[in-house]
Design a protein around this ligand. Sequence first.
Ligand SMILES: *[C@@H]1O[C@H](CO)[C@@H](O)[C@H](O)[C@H]1NC(C)=O
Ligand SMILES: *[C@@H]1O[C@H](CO)[C@@H](O)[C@H](O)[C@H]1NC(C)=O
Ligand SMILES: *[C@@H]1O[C@H](CO)[C@@H](O)[C@H](O)[C@H]1NC(C)=O
Length: 180
Amino acid sequence: MALLLLVLGLRLAGAQRFDPQAVVQRNYNMARISGAWYSISMASDNLTRIEEDGDLRVFIRNIEHLKNGSLKFDFHFMVQGECVAVDVVCQKTDQNGEYSISYQGENKVLVSETDYKTYVIFYMQNTNNGTQTRVLALYGRVSELSPIFQHRFEKICKKYKLSAQNIMDLTQQDHCYSKR
Ligand SMILES: *[C@@H]1O[C@H](CO)[C@@H](O)[C@H](O)[C@H]1NC(C)=O
Ligand SMILES: *[C@@H]1O[C@H](CO)[C@@H](O)[C@H](O)[C@H]1NC(C)=O
Ligand SMILES: *[C@@H]1O[C@H](CO)[C@@H](O)[C@H](O)[C@H]1NC(C)=O
């Protein structure tokens, strides 16, 4: 079964095309971000937080654009071998595609780019007692994305001063996947 899913996932990944014309970097239609997503990669200037047992190592399931403009993320993560689900509601700000949330300090969450149909890249900046941490996440509509989307992610990471060494591959790392 797992193999079948893997093969299916790879087929879907193989069918993906990166279309530069479809990339949106401003004036987002957030309703189109709604729906199911998979965690593909994360990056941070503090790897401890996205490594195993890191507080920001969370796996996306679904994003919902709420009527009041807030953005709800459904995540799963592991706590002592158990899968835990958590909903996080980020409040909209007056900037399009930009949200805020209090969690381990103050966080700014924003869409960096998306094509709505294949991938989305989020940027998060956490400020906790004067310490700033930057986190980026690449989510896919399918569980695996072709390398061109990873390259795209690396490019965006660079823009936020994070190098390839700051990136963690999260495909095949979601141990709550089968319970989905
Ligand atoms: C990285 O995160 C860990 C866990 O939250 C924290 O203990 C550590 O101080 C952080 N390191 C830096 C350089 O901020
Ligand atoms: C929007 O609705 C959600 C869910 O009901 C709620 O958690 C959030 O606080 C609301 N945001 C605002 C700004 O009212
Ligand atoms: C916040 O930072 C200050 C100065 O570095 C430190 O004295 C204090 O213990 C920190 N507070 C917390 C809750 O980490």
